[in-house]
Design a protein around this ligand. Sequence first.
Ligand code: NCD
Length: 308
Amino acid sequence: MRHLMNPLDFSVEELDRLLDLANDIEKNPEKYAHSCSGKKLATLFYEPSTRTRLSFEAAMLNLGGSVLGFSSADSSSAAKGESVADTIRVISCYADICAMRHPKEGAPLIASMKSRIPVINAGDGGHQHPTQTLTDLLTIRSLKGRLGNFTIGLCGDLKFGRTVHSLIQALIRYPNVSFVLISPEELRIPDNIRDDVLRRNHQQFKEVVRLEDALPELDLLYMTRVQRERFFNEEDYVRMKDFYILDKEKLKLAGPDMMILHPLPRVNEISVEVDDDPRAAYFKQAQYGVYVRMALILTLLGLEGNIC
Ligand code: NCD
Protein backbone atom coordinates (compact mmCIF):
# COMPACT_ATOMS: atom_id res chain seq x y z
CA MET A 1 0.00 0.00 0.00
CA ARG A 2 1.29 3.47 -0.92
CA HIS A 3 0.62 6.89 0.57
CA LEU A 4 1.52 10.34 -0.75
CA MET A 5 3.14 12.59 1.86
CA ASN A 6 5.78 14.39 -0.12
CA PRO A 7 6.23 15.06 -3.85
CA LEU A 8 9.44 12.99 -3.72
CA ASP A 9 7.45 9.86 -2.81
CA PHE A 10 7.18 9.29 -6.57
CA SER A 11 10.25 8.87 -8.76
CA VAL A 12 10.56 11.08 -11.84
CA GLU A 13 9.54 8.08 -14.01
CA GLU A 14 6.48 7.39 -11.83
CA LEU A 15 5.57 11.06 -12.02
CA ASP A 16 5.85 10.97 -15.81
CA ARG A 17 3.43 8.04 -15.90
CA LEU A 18 1.04 9.83 -13.52
CA LEU A 19 1.09 13.00 -15.62
CA ASP A 20 0.61 10.96 -18.83
CA LEU A 21 -2.42 9.33 -17.21
CA ALA A 22 -3.77 12.76 -16.19
CA ASN A 23 -3.40 13.98 -19.81
CA ASP A 24 -5.21 10.90 -21.08
CA ILE A 25 -8.03 11.50 -18.57
CA GLU A 26 -8.25 15.08 -19.85
CA LYS A 27 -8.62 13.85 -23.45
CA ASN A 28 -10.83 10.79 -22.83
CA PRO A 29 -12.83 11.35 -19.64
CA GLU A 30 -15.52 8.82 -20.62
CA LYS A 31 -12.94 6.02 -20.54
CA TYR A 32 -12.55 6.57 -16.80
CA ALA A 33 -16.14 7.36 -15.84
CA HIS A 34 -16.71 4.07 -13.98
CA SER A 35 -13.21 3.02 -13.02
CA CYS A 36 -13.74 3.62 -9.28
CA SER A 37 -17.31 2.40 -9.08
CA GLY A 38 -17.96 0.95 -5.62
CA LYS A 39 -14.94 2.79 -4.13
CA LYS A 40 -15.12 5.55 -1.52
CA LEU A 41 -12.87 8.52 -0.89
CA ALA A 42 -12.87 10.13 2.57
CA THR A 43 -11.86 13.81 2.75
CA LEU A 44 -10.66 14.63 6.27
CA PHE A 45 -10.13 18.38 6.32
CA TYR A 46 -9.12 19.93 9.65
CA GLU A 47 -8.35 23.24 7.90
CA PRO A 48 -10.38 25.32 5.40
CA SER A 49 -10.17 24.49 1.71
CA THR A 50 -12.18 25.06 -1.44
CA ARG A 51 -10.10 23.79 -4.35
CA THR A 52 -8.24 20.94 -2.78
CA ARG A 53 -11.23 19.32 -1.05
CA LEU A 54 -13.72 19.89 -3.84
CA SER A 55 -11.27 18.90 -6.56
CA PHE A 56 -10.61 15.63 -4.70
CA GLU A 57 -14.34 15.07 -4.43
CA ALA A 58 -14.94 16.00 -8.08
CA ALA A 59 -12.09 13.66 -9.06
CA MET A 60 -13.62 10.68 -7.25
CA LEU A 61 -17.13 11.44 -8.57
CA ASN A 62 -15.73 11.71 -12.13
CA LEU A 63 -14.29 8.22 -11.64
CA GLY A 64 -17.68 6.84 -10.67
CA GLY A 65 -16.82 6.50 -6.96
CA SER A 66 -18.39 8.16 -3.94
CA VAL A 67 -17.16 10.55 -1.26
CA LEU A 68 -17.65 11.15 2.45
CA GLY A 69 -15.88 13.32 4.99
CA PHE A 70 -15.76 16.52 6.98
CA SER A 71 -14.59 20.02 6.09
CA SER A 72 -13.54 21.45 9.46
CA ALA A 73 -12.08 20.21 12.73
CA ASP A 74 -15.16 21.51 14.62
CA SER A 75 -17.43 19.16 12.74
CA SER A 76 -15.30 16.07 13.49
CA SER A 77 -14.48 14.20 16.69
CA ALA A 78 -11.25 16.22 16.88
CA ALA A 79 -13.48 18.74 18.70
CA LYS A 80 -13.99 16.06 21.38
CA GLY A 81 -10.26 15.40 21.61
CA GLU A 82 -9.91 12.37 19.32
CA SER A 83 -6.39 11.83 17.94
CA VAL A 84 -5.63 11.67 14.22
CA ALA A 85 -4.33 8.12 14.76
CA ASP A 86 -7.67 6.95 16.17
CA THR A 87 -9.69 8.80 13.54
CA ILE A 88 -7.80 7.15 10.67
CA ARG A 89 -8.22 3.68 12.17
CA VAL A 90 -11.96 4.25 12.12
CA ILE A 91 -12.03 5.83 8.66
CA SER A 92 -10.09 2.81 7.36
CA CYS A 93 -13.30 0.81 8.05
CA TYR A 94 -15.47 3.23 6.05
CA ALA A 95 -13.48 4.22 2.96
CA ASP A 96 -10.92 2.89 0.43
CA ILE A 97 -8.66 5.95 0.28
CA CYS A 98 -8.43 9.26 2.11
CA ALA A 99 -7.15 12.81 1.62
CA MET A 100 -6.21 14.66 4.81
CA ARG A 101 -5.46 18.33 5.42
CA HIS A 102 -4.25 19.35 8.86
CA PRO A 103 -2.80 22.52 10.42
CA LYS A 104 -0.07 20.48 12.17
CA GLU A 105 2.99 19.52 10.18
CA GLY A 106 3.34 15.75 10.03
CA ALA A 107 -0.26 14.90 11.02
CA PRO A 108 -1.01 13.06 7.73
CA LEU A 109 2.26 11.12 8.15
CA ILE A 110 1.15 9.94 11.60
CA ALA A 111 -2.20 8.97 10.11
CA SER A 112 -0.50 6.99 7.33
CA MET A 113 1.37 4.90 9.91
CA LYS A 114 -1.88 3.72 11.48
CA SER A 115 -3.96 3.52 8.32
CA ARG A 116 -5.19 0.47 6.43
CA ILE A 117 -6.01 2.63 3.38
CA PRO A 118 -3.83 4.96 1.27
CA VAL A 119 -3.50 8.41 2.84
CA ILE A 120 -2.86 11.50 0.72
CA ASN A 121 -1.38 14.59 2.36
CA ALA A 122 -3.65 17.42 1.20
CA GLY A 123 -1.54 20.05 3.01
CA ASP A 124 0.05 19.91 6.47
CA GLY A 125 0.66 23.28 8.11
CA GLY A 126 3.41 25.28 6.42
CA HIS A 127 5.19 22.07 5.43
CA GLN A 128 4.12 20.29 2.22
CA HIS A 129 1.31 20.22 -0.31
CA PRO A 130 2.22 17.41 -2.72
CA THR A 131 -1.03 17.29 -4.71
CA GLN A 132 -0.77 21.02 -5.46
CA THR A 133 2.72 20.23 -6.76
CA LEU A 134 1.34 17.48 -9.00
CA THR A 135 -1.15 20.06 -10.27
CA ASP A 136 1.64 22.59 -10.89
CA LEU A 137 3.81 20.04 -12.71
CA LEU A 138 0.93 18.93 -14.92
CA THR A 139 0.04 22.55 -15.73
CA ILE A 140 3.62 23.47 -16.58
CA ARG A 141 4.21 20.33 -18.66
CA SER A 142 0.91 20.66 -20.52
CA LEU A 143 1.10 24.39 -21.26
CA LYS A 144 4.86 24.97 -21.57
CA GLY A 145 5.53 21.61 -23.15
CA ARG A 146 8.42 20.76 -20.82
CA LEU A 147 9.55 20.28 -17.25
CA GLY A 148 13.01 21.79 -17.00
CA ASN A 149 15.08 24.31 -18.96
CA PHE A 150 13.37 27.36 -17.52
CA THR A 151 13.70 30.15 -14.98
CA ILE A 152 10.88 30.23 -12.44
CA GLY A 153 10.14 33.09 -10.07
CA LEU A 154 8.40 32.17 -6.82
CA CYS A 155 6.89 35.26 -5.27
CA GLY A 156 5.17 36.18 -2.00
CA ASP A 157 5.10 34.28 1.27
CA LEU A 158 7.97 31.87 0.76
CA LYS A 159 8.31 31.31 4.50
CA PHE A 160 4.91 29.81 5.24
CA GLY A 161 3.78 28.86 1.71
CA ARG A 162 3.76 25.07 1.64
CA THR A 163 3.01 24.97 -2.09
CA VAL A 164 6.34 26.70 -2.74
CA HIS A 165 8.27 24.31 -0.49
CA SER A 166 6.85 21.27 -2.26
CA LEU A 167 7.28 22.72 -5.75
CA ILE A 168 10.97 23.57 -5.22
CA GLN A 169 11.67 20.04 -3.99
CA ALA A 170 9.95 18.59 -7.03
CA LEU A 171 11.55 20.88 -9.62
CA ILE A 172 15.17 20.32 -8.61
CA ARG A 173 14.90 16.85 -10.15
CA TYR A 174 14.48 18.34 -13.65
CA PRO A 175 17.36 19.68 -15.75
CA ASN A 176 18.43 23.29 -15.85
CA VAL A 177 15.81 24.91 -13.63
CA SER A 178 16.86 28.24 -12.23
CA PHE A 179 14.97 29.74 -9.27
CA VAL A 180 14.36 33.40 -8.45
CA LEU A 181 12.97 33.65 -4.92
CA ILE A 182 11.06 36.92 -4.59
CA SER A 183 9.93 37.86 -1.10
CA PRO A 184 10.12 40.52 1.58
CA GLU A 185 13.00 40.01 4.04
CA GLU A 186 10.64 38.65 6.72
CA LEU A 187 9.05 36.06 4.45
CA ARG A 188 12.19 34.55 2.92
CA ILE A 189 12.38 30.85 2.12
CA PRO A 190 13.14 28.73 5.24
CA ASP A 191 16.79 27.79 5.83
CA ASN A 192 16.10 24.09 5.38
CA ILE A 193 14.88 24.63 1.80
CA ARG A 194 17.70 27.07 0.97
CA ASP A 195 20.48 24.94 2.47
CA ASP A 196 19.30 21.34 2.38
CA VAL A 197 17.40 21.45 -0.90
CA LEU A 198 18.80 24.22 -3.12
CA ARG A 199 22.43 24.55 -1.99
CA ARG A 200 23.02 20.88 -1.30
CA ASN A 201 21.80 20.00 -4.80
CA HIS A 202 23.85 22.79 -6.44
CA GLN A 203 20.77 24.50 -7.85
CA GLN A 204 20.98 27.90 -9.47
CA PHE A 205 18.99 30.36 -7.36
CA LYS A 206 18.93 33.93 -6.17
CA GLU A 207 16.84 35.85 -3.65
CA VAL A 208 15.43 39.28 -4.52
CA VAL A 209 12.94 41.64 -2.93
CA ARG A 210 11.59 43.55 -5.93
CA LEU A 211 9.27 41.71 -8.33
CA GLU A 212 10.04 44.31 -11.00
CA ASP A 213 13.72 43.32 -10.99
CA ALA A 214 12.90 39.67 -11.62
CA LEU A 215 10.08 39.87 -14.17
CA PRO A 216 12.15 40.37 -17.37
CA GLU A 217 14.08 37.10 -16.96
CA LEU A 218 11.24 34.75 -15.98
CA ASP A 219 9.68 31.95 -18.04
CA LEU A 220 7.23 31.24 -15.22
CA LEU A 221 5.96 33.30 -12.32
CA TYR A 222 4.40 31.46 -9.36
CA MET A 223 2.53 33.98 -7.19
CA THR A 224 1.35 33.14 -3.66
CA ARG A 225 -0.76 34.87 -1.05
CA VAL A 226 0.54 35.92 2.36
CA GLN A 227 -0.54 33.08 4.68
CA ARG A 228 -2.54 35.05 7.24
CA GLU A 229 -3.45 32.00 9.35
CA ARG A 230 0.21 31.21 10.07
CA PHE A 231 1.17 34.67 11.39
CA PHE A 232 1.63 35.17 15.10
CA ASN A 233 0.09 38.62 15.03
CA GLU A 234 -2.34 40.45 12.76
CA GLU A 235 -0.19 43.61 12.60
CA ASP A 236 2.61 41.78 10.80
CA TYR A 237 0.10 40.31 8.36
CA VAL A 238 -1.41 43.71 7.60
CA ARG A 239 2.05 45.14 6.96
CA MET A 240 2.98 42.33 4.57
CA LYS A 241 -0.26 41.50 2.81
CA ASP A 242 -0.05 43.94 -0.10
CA PHE A 243 3.71 43.83 -0.54
CA TYR A 244 3.28 42.44 -4.06
CA ILE A 245 0.47 43.26 -6.44
CA LEU A 246 0.92 42.04 -10.00
CA ASP A 247 -0.99 44.37 -12.31
CA LYS A 248 -1.04 45.19 -16.03
CA GLU A 249 1.57 47.89 -15.65
CA LYS A 250 4.12 45.56 -14.00
CA LEU A 251 3.36 42.83 -16.52
CA LYS A 252 4.76 45.07 -19.25
CA LEU A 253 8.19 44.17 -17.83
CA ALA A 254 7.61 40.44 -18.47
CA GLY A 255 8.21 38.48 -21.66
CA PRO A 256 5.31 37.62 -24.00
CA ASP A 257 5.37 33.93 -23.00
CA MET A 258 5.84 34.20 -19.25
CA MET A 259 3.26 31.91 -17.68
CA ILE A 260 1.56 33.13 -14.49
CA LEU A 261 0.61 30.47 -11.95
CA HIS A 262 -1.04 30.74 -8.53
CA PRO A 263 -2.27 27.87 -6.35
CA LEU A 264 -5.22 30.08 -5.32
CA PRO A 265 -6.99 31.42 -3.33
CA ARG A 266 -5.89 34.85 -4.52
CA VAL A 267 -6.30 37.81 -2.20
CA ASN A 268 -4.74 41.02 -3.64
CA GLU A 269 -1.47 39.75 -5.07
CA ILE A 270 -2.78 39.47 -8.63
CA SER A 271 -5.03 42.27 -9.77
CA VAL A 272 -8.22 40.97 -11.46
CA GLU A 273 -7.30 42.94 -14.61
CA VAL A 274 -4.55 40.36 -15.18
CA ASP A 275 -7.07 37.51 -15.47
CA ASP A 276 -7.73 38.21 -19.17
CA ASP A 277 -4.05 38.32 -20.07
CA PRO A 278 -3.13 35.26 -22.20
CA ARG A 279 -0.22 34.61 -19.84
CA ALA A 280 -2.55 34.05 -16.85
CA ALA A 281 -2.84 30.28 -16.32
CA TYR A 282 -4.13 30.02 -12.74
CA PHE A 283 -7.71 29.06 -13.52
CA LYS A 284 -6.55 26.43 -16.01
CA GLN A 285 -4.24 25.23 -13.25
CA ALA A 286 -7.28 24.60 -11.02
CA GLN A 287 -8.81 22.48 -13.79
CA TYR A 288 -5.61 20.44 -14.13
CA GLY A 289 -5.89 19.77 -10.38
CA VAL A 290 -8.93 17.58 -11.00
CA TYR A 291 -7.25 15.49 -13.73
CA VAL A 292 -4.13 14.92 -11.69
CA ARG A 293 -6.10 13.94 -8.57
CA MET A 294 -8.08 11.46 -10.70
CA ALA A 295 -4.79 9.99 -11.89
CA LEU A 296 -3.48 9.88 -8.31
CA ILE A 297 -6.56 8.10 -6.93
CA LEU A 298 -6.35 5.49 -9.69
CA THR A 299 -2.63 5.00 -9.09
CA LEU A 300 -2.84 4.67 -5.29
CA LEU A 301 -5.77 2.27 -5.59
CA GLY A 302 -3.77 0.22 -8.09
CA LEU A 303 -6.47 0.63 -10.74
CA GLU A 304 -4.50 2.52 -13.38
CA GLY A 305 -3.72 -0.66 -15.34
CA ASN A 306 -7.36 -1.80 -15.49
CA ILE A 307 -8.60 0.86 -17.89
CA CYS A 308 -9.11 -0.23 -21.48
C1 NCD B 1 -2.89 26.49 -1.11
C2 NCD B 1 -2.76 25.85 0.27
O1 NCD B 1 -3.75 25.41 0.84
O2 NCD B 1 -1.63 25.80 0.72
N1 NCD B 1 -4.19 26.40 -1.61
C3 NCD B 1 -4.54 25.32 -2.35
O3 NCD B 1 -4.56 24.21 -1.87
N2 NCD B 1 -4.80 25.51 -3.64
C4 NCD B 1 -2.39 27.88 -1.15
C5 NCD B 1 -2.93 28.86 -0.15
O4 NCD B 1 -3.79 28.55 0.66
O5 NCD B 1 -2.46 29.99 -0.22
